[in-house]
Design a binder for this molecule. Structure first.
Ligand code: AMP
Ligand code: MG
Length: 405
């Protein structure tokens, strides 16, 4: 197999001849041969796909067998072979082996499905992603600290254009602990002068809502909030809204935890911003724990995931219990085929769950009644994301320790 693979990883110099031969071969076999021309064609072929995965009877098309074989071959490739193949296809060669494998497999998948005129399962369906990374008041090693948000950045990612469309940014003036601790200043780089001159959180939240309206987010344009972990919404915003006596915003009740998308897509351990960037062959730009820089770097990871073919979709939400005044951290639920986002916090088109799988009408009806039967959704389970562990307070504390170590 290794020898066969090497032969196929030929140099660029014999490209035209190779393309011709490989196109011929690809017609008759499901081999690892794919040409740049084919990729371009797959990417520009907008003719209506013939079949939908769901309606095609769950992977009955022979193309899936071919894809399984291709994936097996990609799994056996060395890092150098992966890089050579990606170079040949004029694709990014940055990243660890797992990243490269996923990138190559995705290209094959896209191309083969397109050729078989099957609609590739699941793509990021939002017009925009809104990446948020709050910074908050803090003190070293105080577990039950009453955090107040002191930096509110949001990066608007245009999904179709694969670009940063706009940024929202404001510092916020804390009220309970108006003087930042030395630890907080050191960690975040946010100075006392900046927060002292800033508006209080309720005013900033209003400005943010206006910014969202200005971009017609949720009103003409679909969007999803993207965060690094569940804590921005479940802890910092939750705590802040309780403290400020504000209703928890509807848009903040569900989000895309990028760590989960990343680890599920590249099949690697869940990790923080810096580690994700390193695995992608990138480096953190700016200062870690500066909210704006954190958010910009998360947006870079999101763009990388999008271009590698990952589907960014809501994977966590806050339960109703967020209204309980005594809870500082809202209860986070993982989204899965058997646990779609409840109908009171999502529109019907957000009921899609799992890796490209759509919940059935029957499940939709149950979700509407807020009763979800896992048996009913078992038909889409084979497409689901790997089981998610709960990111609770223990994770948050472990995360703090990791960050400060
Ligand atoms: P981050 O997005 O990782 O920059 O963290 C968001 C917020 O979490 C910070 O503004 C702090 O309030 C808090 N935080 C992060 N790391 C620590 C730490 N090591 N100890 C205490 N609080 C922390
Ligand atoms: Mg941050």
């Amino acid at each position: 197999m290794e020898g066969k693979m090497e032969r196929k990883l030929c140099s660029k110099s014999d490209q035209p001849l190779r393309e011709q031969n490989e196109e011929e071969k690809a017609k008759t076999s499901g081999s690892l041969t794919i040409t740049k021309k084919e990729i371009d064609r797959a990417q520009t072929d907008h003719s209506k796909p013939r079949k939908d995965v769901a309606s095609a009877g769950e992977f009955s098309d022979p193309v899936y067998k071919k894809l399984a074989r291709l994936n097996g071959e990609v799994n056996k490739m060395t890092k150098d072979q992966l890089k050579a193949k990606l170079t040949e296809l004029k694709l990014d060669t940055n990243g660890v082996k797992e990243v490269l494998k996923r990138r190559l497999k995705n290209v094959y998948k896209k191309q083969k499905l397109m050729k078989a005129r099957i609609k590739p399962p699941g793509s990021t369906k939002y017009d925009y992603l809104v990446v948020i990374d709050y910074e908050a008041t803090c003190e070293r090693e105080v577990d039950d600290y009453q955090h107040e948000i002191i930096e509110f950045p949001a990066i608007l990612v245009d999904v179709a254009d694969m670009s940063i469309a706009d940024e929202f940014h404001s510092y916020c003036r804390p009220v309970l602990n108006p003087k930042l601790t030395e630890f907080c200043v050191q960690l975040t780089g946010i100075t006392q002068t900046k927060v002292a001159a800033a508006p209080k959180f309720p005013q900033v939240l209003t400005s943010f809502s206006e910014w969202m309206q200005g971009h017609h987010l949720g009103d003409g344009h679909s969007f999803a909030i993207v965060t690094d972990g569940p804590w921005d919404m479940s802890r910092f915003l939750h705590m802040q809204c309780q403290f400020s006596g504000l209703d928890f915003p509807r848009w903040a009740r569900k989000w895309v935890n990028i760590r989960k998308v990343y680890s599920n897509f590249y099949q690697c351990r869940r990790c923080g911003i810096e580690a994700m960037l390193i695995s992608l062959g990138m480096t953190f730009q700016g200062q870690l724990h500066c909210g704006r820089d954190d958010a910009r770097n998360i947006a870079r990871i999101a763009l990388r995931l999008l271009s590698d073919g990952a589907t960014l979709k809501i994977n966590e939400y806050l339960t109703q219990s967020t209204n309980r005044r005594q809870d500082r951290t809202g209860e986070v639920e993982n989204v899965s085929p058997s646990n779609p986002v409840p109908s009171d916090i999502c529109s019907e088109d957000e009921l899609e769950t799992g890796d490209g799988a759509k919940v059935t009408d029957e499940v939709k009806a149950k979700v509407k009644a807020n009763k979800v039967d896992s048996e009913l959704s078992s038909g889409v389970k084979q497409l689901s994301l790997q089981d998610e562990q709960d990111d609770g307070i223990e994770d948050l504390l472990a995360y703090y320790k990791l960050q400060s170590s």
